[in-house]
Ligand binder design. Structure first.
Ligand code: CDP
Length: 211
């Protein structure tokens, strides 16, 4: 039996993770956050003081990685890591590395009934044949407000206007890059996440009825 794959794509801070967690809990699907993997790579480069423009060094450093943790961590959620992850994600060799991690993860858990995977290119590139594709839409001011609250709650000093600017910059980078830009995947269902989470859940429950 083939695993069920649900993909969730959308711009920065659109609530992909919260929606993925909801699906994962309710349908007992395994959740994989692809953004976390880009963030892990960014953290490694930051620790080793490797410049994001030094592609040779980045390649070499990635080749040296033996194991990468899929564990969530507060360290990965800073604005600095968000920006760096988005900068390195433009390179195809970086994307290929992260895509392989995702394929290996799914292959390793063959007995799991379903996966819910979120990111920017999951329905359009990584799992094109997914069983259900979601694309999350929220206006940028609401996204910035929510991310601001998240950062403040986690103890990071933040300025709303800077967050809004950073989110817009990341959106631009993610949408305009040559390799796997953020697009609405073919056959994707658009989820309006501008309102309450309750409202979002109604949309999700309807689409998940057959699972
Ligand atoms: O949580 P948030 O939406 O802010 O970001 P994320 O999903 O953790 O992703 C961080 C960065 O990684 C994004 O801005 C993208 O540039 C990149 N990314 C990507 O290019 N492709 C993915 N499938 C996931 C993330």
């Amino acid at each position: 039996m083939r695993n069920i794959i649900i993909t969730i794509d959308g711009p920065a801070a659109s609530g992909k993770e919260k929606i993925a967690k909801f699906i994962s809990r309710k349908w007992k699907f395994k959740h994989l956050d692809s953004g976390l993997l880009y963030r892990r790579l960014a953290l490694i480069l930051l620790k080793d003081e490797i410049n994001d423009r030094d592609l040779k060094k980045i390649k070499k450093r990635i080749e040296k990685i033996k194991k990468i943790s899929f564990q969530k961590s507060k360290k990965l959620r800073t604005q600095e890591i968000s920006q760096l992850a988005s900068k390195i994600a433009i390179h195809q060799f970086v994307r290929q590395y992260v895509n392989n991690l995702q394929y290996n993860f799914v292959n390793k858990h063959k007995k799991i009934r379903g996966f819910v995977i979120d990111g920017r290119d999951i329905g359009s590139v990584v799992f094109k044949k997914a069983d259900l594709k979601l694309y999350i839409e929220v206006n940028s001011e609401i996204r910035a407000k929510r991310r601001y609250k998240q950062l403040i709650d986690s103890g990071e000093k933040s300025i709303y206007r800077k967050i809004l600017k950073d989110i817009k910059l990341r959106d631009k980078k993610d949408k305009l890059r040559k390799n796997s830009p953020l697009v609405i995947p073919d056959e994707a269902h658009i989820i309006n996440n501008n309102y309450s989470f309750k409202n979002t859940i109604v949309q999700i429950n309807k689409l998940m009825e057959n699972f």
